[in-house]
Design a protein around this ligand. Structure first.
Ligand SMILES: Cc1cc2nc3c(=O)[nH]c(=O)nc-3n(C[C@H](O)[C@H](O)[C@H](O)COP(=O)(O)O)c2cc1C
Length: 332
């Protein structure tokens, strides 16, 4: 037995707890400081305005692709997006940026959608949409997809590049039951994801109970308009005891992210529609989730994936991407 183990044996647990808490706080502090510093001192208006554009246009693109879009939906977000577009423009930032192009495009689509269904938007919204359209006539982004089920899954046996580009977040599901066996096959594929020293920290809770699904979705922020249709919720969790010390604290989330991506691809391969649902919640919701799934003290929830077989025709948010060159720095 090493010296450290001997000390650990004789020390009371409370002392050990305080000791580890102190070193954990010390290890986490630089990251916390960096985040707080960014919040307070990062005055990069360009970064923030682009973030605000993305947050808003994504809500609108989601709204446009809901199973049943509500006429006039998202009034406040739409107005806010319009204002942010003009704010961006007044900063003389390039109009070629994805965030800007997509924001303008989504608002044009919002206007066209309401025209098509013959819904009269209120004057303030209509004026703002007209102004955006007139100001940026030549700017176009990616429109939302309206696609048949067969077309959506047509690339699942194609080479990887085709397969990879064919997966989207799907927010429309039928009531058809996904057999447990199929879910286990997907989870087995996800298990092929790499993990730190092959420690395999990720776990999955398959939730089909209507009451539990409802209670989980009620404390998740981001499933309005479609979550209730999910036939299955997969709650991805991770076991923190697989980490050895505090410097490995990000491994649960990192490994869980890789696991979840393979799982999303596996579900797509099995012709199951799926959408990641963030688990960025306050402590009270975390406690509720722990109770609902009866999670052990050393198990943490990371992400929810809503799943279901898809209807014959569906709409999908286009969520276009920046290019490799836009997000890469070479150090050659
Ligand atoms: C960690 C994470 C959390 C997400 N949370 C939500 C969510 O709460 N609600 C939602 O509708 N979509 C959510 N998404 C889906 C994203 O909106 C989607 O992945 C993104 O727009 C890219 O589109 P794609 O998945 O169709 O390629 C989440 C995705 C990730 C990776």
């Amino acid at each position: 037995m090493g010296v450290k183990d001997k000390i650990r044996r004789v020390l009371p647990k409370q002392v050990m707890y305080q000791y580890y808490l102190r070193s954990a706080k010390k290890a986490c502090l630089p990251d916390l400081k960096r985040r707080v510093h960014d919040k307070v001192y990062n005055d990069s208006k360009a970064e923030k305005v682009k973030r605000n554009l993305t947050l808003a246009y994504h809500i609108v693109e989601k709204g446009l692709t809901m199973p049943e879009p509500r006429p006039g939906f998202g009034r406040a977000v739409v107005l806010d997006l319009g204002r942010t577009i003009f704010e961006y423009d007044s900063m003389k930032l390039p109009q070629t940026e994805l965030e800007f192009k997509q924001s303008v495009s989504v608002l044009k689509e919002y206007k066209a959608f309401h025209k098509q269904i013959g819904f009269q938007l209120d004057e303030e919204v209509q004026q703002m949409l007209d102004k955006v359209e007139i100001s940026y006539q030549t700017i176009e982004g990616d429109k939302q997809l309206h696609i048949s089920k067969d077309d959506y899954f047509s690339a699942i046996n194609e080479p990887f590049d085709h397969f990879c580009k064919s997966r989207y977040s799907v927010r429309n599901y039928t009531t058809e039951e996904i057999p447990l066996e199929v879910l286990y096959e997907c989870i087995d594929l996800a298990q092929k994801s790499p993990s730190f020293c092959n420690r395999q920290p990720s776990r999955v809770h398959i939730v089909k109970s209507p009451e539990k699904k409802e209670q989980i979705l009620a404390i998740q922020n981001g499933n309005r308009g479609f979550g209730h249709l999910a036939e299955t919720l997969l709650v991805i969790t991770s076991i923190i005891s697989t980490t050895k010390d505090i410097h490995e604290r990000n491994e649960n989330h990192l490994n869980g992210g890789m696991f979840s991506m393979t799982l999303l691809n596996a579900l797509h391969f099995k012709k199951i529609g799926a959408c990641s649902l963030n688990w960025s919640v306050s402590e009270d919701r975390e406690i509720k989730m722990r109770k609902l799934l009866n999670l052990a003290a050393n198990e943490i929830p990371l992400l929810i994936i809503s799943c279901g077989y898809v209807p014959n025709e569906l709409a999908i948010a286009s969520s276009p991407r920046k290019t490799a060159r836009e997000i890469t720095q070479s150090h050659i």
